[in-house]
Design a protein around this ligand. Structure first.
Ligand SMILES: [Zn+2]
Length: 128
């Protein structure tokens, strides 16, 4: 069983309490450890715009808003063999835990790895 680091917990601050509940339950049931990256939680429009210009997001923060700007999204990385991993296989295992946790809690959660236009494997967002 894994525990979320204090750093990962800090990176969730300001996000919707339902996402924190999901993250707290997911860390207890996941078979692959995970953490939350810098910029993985709540973002200002300025920060969102910076990330857009860095090619890290498709939302510019002004004309096209990210769910990260309203606290309705949370990103993860997998933690495998003592280091962060963004391998699709590892992230899919983490996603299984997130989707199961959301279902157990009765929250509607969407995983970016299941999007059809492009896949955003580290990304989760609430549907309402
Ligand atoms: Zn995201």
């Amino acid at each position: 069983m894994f525990r979320l680091s204090n750093r990962s917990k800090r990176r969730r601050s300001g996000v919707d309490p339902r996402l924190i509940e999901i993250s707290d339950l997911a860390i207890q049931i996941t078979v692959v450890d995970f953490g939350h990256p810098a910029d993985g939680g709540l973002r200002s429009a300025e920060r969102q715009n910076d990330m857009f210009h860095l090619g890290l997001s498709k939302c510019d923060g002004y004309k096209r808003l990210s769910k990260h700007q309203t606290g309705k999204a949370l990103d993860v990385y997998a933690y495998v063999d003592g280091k962060a991993s963004w391998d699709t296989e590892h992230l899919a295992m983490v996603a299984a835990a997130f989707l199961q946790a959301a279902s157990m809690l009765g929250h509607k959660l969407e995983w970016g790895g299941l999007w059809t236009s492009f896949q955003d494997y580290p990304h989760f967002q609430l549907l309402d």
